[in-house]
Design a protein around this ligand. Structure first.
Ligand code: F6R
Length: 368
């Protein structure tokens, strides 16, 4: 049942190319437009949306954080991301023109469920992004986009996360289509890139040995840091969460730009620091992250750098370089997270932990 893998989690990591492809299936039309009739909120109503609030917990909230960058960029509609457990205790400003997007793999997370009930009381429209047919959160929502990842059994979310990002991107592109904030050909270009993604994820999986070797090397380290900027920042958070929950070691993700505001004090000789480097491009993003790598390396960090293949600027500063296929900035998270998942899974295996059932955790958290 684990398809030859030692853990469900590893099996699910390897299912990601298919999970992403299945989530795209039947939602793209031949003429490059997006078909999301299943949303059941009319285009007229969607045109009235002037604010998006994403609510979720844990890994799903990091998928939401990635999506915020893309949704705001494509739609120019303000998009907030909030932890479900915080949302309803702070008198949030939502109303009939707010689209609340609840992301939940299980569809049963109590915090998220309570948050959408609160949003509905404020007359917001609620759309669920969910992997479990007929579960409570989609049932109580006005609309739903299902991720078609298939059952996720490992407690740590992997294919759930990737497909949540994909579903949020489809929503963002659909809103851009409805609000006409992007031209059809721009939307088509992103959709084509999404369609090409499963093959690129497979390519990253084929290079798994590097992540496994790294786990061997770092198995006795008490602490690991992760840095990223822009969409790489939530990937740093997610990479750290995977390591905490599976390997039970201290791991933290930071926005690379925040280093000098405090976290750089943590850097000491030999501390492993993973850095997600955005693709090379016209903006300053890439160069800023390269100088962050230099800053931590100069203070003794062992740098493990995830960057696009053929990035000559990072090579001199990477103690270990994990090469990612070429892809645009907004799609890079779906590649960069994969080696971090493999690394956490392997490290936990080497430590003798139960990867599928980490201590103290449950697959769906049905109490607040
Ligand atoms: C971490 C993890 C959790 C869940 C969170 C939300 O690997 O799996 O952080 O992401 O409990 O669960 P769902 O998506 O089912 O609402």
């Amino acid at each position: 049942e684990k398809g030859g893998h030692d853990w469900f989690m590893r099996k699910e990591i390897f299912e990601q190319p298919k999970a992403v492809a299945d989530t795209l299936l039947d939602r793209l039309t031949l003429d490059g437009a997006l078909k999301l009739d299943e949303i059941r909120i009319s285009p007229d109503e969607l045109r009235r949306v002037d604010k998006i609030v994403i609510i979720a917990c844990g890994t799903a909230s990091y998928a939401g954080l990635v999506a915020k960058y893309a949704i705001e960029h494509w739609t120019r509609i303000p998009c907030e991301v909030e932890l479900a457990s915080e949302f309803r205790y702070r008198d949030p400003i939502v109303g009939p023109s707010t689209l609340v997007v609840a992301i939940s793999q299980s569809g049963e997370t109590a915090d998220t469920l309570m948050a959408i009930r609160h949003a509905k009381e404020q007359r917001a429209r609620v759309l669920a992004i969910c992997n479990t047919n007929g579960s409570t959160i989609p049932r109580e929502s006005d609309a739903v986009i299902y991720t078609h990842a298939g059952p996720e059994i490992g407690v740590a979310s992997t294919k759930g996360f990737l497909t949540q990002v994909v579903a949020c991107y489809l929503l963002g592109l659909y809103l851009a289509q409805v609000h006409q904030t992007k031209f059809g050909d721009e939307i088509a270009a992103v959709l084509a890139e999404l369609e090409a993604l499963p093959e690129k994820i497979q390519h990253v999986l084929d290079g798994q040995q590097q992540a496994l070797d790294l786990a061997q090397e770092l198995v006795d380290r008490p602490s690991v840091l992760f840095l990223g900027r822009h969409v790489g920042y939530p990937i740093a958070l997610e990479g750290a969460l995977k390591l905490k929950e599976l390997a039970y070691i201290h791991a933290e993700g930071f926005a690379a730009g925040e280093l000098k505001h405090g976290p750089i004090a943590l850097i000491e000789d030999g501390l492993p620091v993973f850095v997600v480097v955005p693709p090379q491009g016209r903006d300053m993003l890439h160069d800023k992250v390269v100088s962050n790598i230099q800053e931590v390396r100069a203070r003794g960090a062992r740098t493990i750098v995830l960057a696009e293949a053929d990035d000559p600027e990072v090579e001199p500063f990477a103690d270990v370089l994990i090469k990612l296929p070429k892809v645009s900035t907004l799609l890079q998270p779906m590649l960069a997270i994969v080696p971090l998942q493999l690394f956490a899974c392997e490290l936990a295996t080497l430590k003798g932990h139960d990867v599928d059932q980490p201590r103290n955790l449950a697959k769906s958290v049905t109490v607040e």
